[in-house]
Design a protein around this ligand. Sequence first.
Ligand code: HEM
Length: 383
Amino acid sequence: MASLKIVCSLMVIIGSLSFTPSRAFPGFNFGWGGGVGQTGGGYTGGGVGQTGGGYNGGGVGQTGGGYNGGGVGQTGGGYYGLSPAFYQYSCPQANDIVMSVLEKAIAKEPRMAASLLRLHFHDCFVQGCDASILLDDSATIASEKNSGPNKNSIRGFEVIDEIKARLEEACPQTVSCADILALSARGSTVLSGGPDWELPLGRRDSKTASLSGSNTNIPAPNSTIQNLIALFNRQGLSVVDLVALSGGHTIGVARCTTFKQRLYNQNGNNLPDATLERTYYNGLKTACPRTGGDNNISPLDFASPDKFDNTYFKLILWGKGLLSSDEVLLTGNVGNTVQLVKSFAQDEGLFFRQFATSMVRMGNVSPLLGFNGEIRTNCHLVN
Ligand code: HEM
């Protein structure tokens, strides 16, 4: 702790002595962001969890305190990664503001927690955790909101807007929309009864979005286990991350259209998915008829839809997972996913710890750092 303080103070001193451009990058003046000499390509290849397995074996933000006591990646490279202390000086009340808005929104509608957790996931899987998902259509932006996985589905934008408005009042042009998404995902998990974790911060916001990336990188509900593993690997995430993060489906709902195939024609033979438990299947048919009803919703974890717990994994073991992508974690017969589902079903503490670890890893996917990107004033628009 003492050494962390010394490093921080040194950086502030060095920053104020030699880093005049920092004024142009509010929110970047102190803490880990206020680095020295981050020009040009200083970031490339060194960022946190950049592509290509950057996580495995030595990346930043690994479990077990990689962030604590001295920060990340400062060895000689002249760049800095994400850090939980990022807003320590520039906006110390950031998380309190996020939590107060979340408390109100989730009290009014418990499902909002699920929607906000998913928003962070759909952000991170498309050009990294850079708030690209929040950008609206414009002359230069084809919004990710219109992609297959997002259209008529992704929600929670008003809550993000309210948080952003409050943060702009308290600490103008300081807290990025990408960090707001990450803080909201953590806060939503905690407020639903799930685990808490130390959250690395300092992501900056993109000036671009990728509609095509949103269509191709986010897994579909009828994905095979091989697809799921491949799409997570593409983000530098492992099979353990896949199973643990799928546990996010312990809260929230899905529309009939996302699981209808399982009920009526799973394999092109007009038969239901044989892995579905009988009474659960009969109930689902009422909620989701063969024709119509596409927007009817069913809980992903019908036993405790608003509570973040390990029931999701127990339900999978009983043939009561809602999406095909949930059930294939058990029946897909690849790797150790079966064992992971069983372990998480048996031991909630284990699931919580791994979920927290995997959320940090997902949150570290290709963040924009330093002079890259910007701090948007309005999360819907490039500045
Ligand atoms: C493993 C691959 C995944 C697939 C195929 C998948 C698919 C889906 C689908 C189809 C829905 C319902 C959308 C709708 O009907 O509008 C959904 C909802 C949801 N997903 Fe996933 N998901 C995956 C991973 C994740 C991850 C990693 C998280 C977070 C850590 C997550 C969190 C959620 C939440 C919380 C909801 C409910 C949202 C709400 O009620 O508004 N999912 N997911």
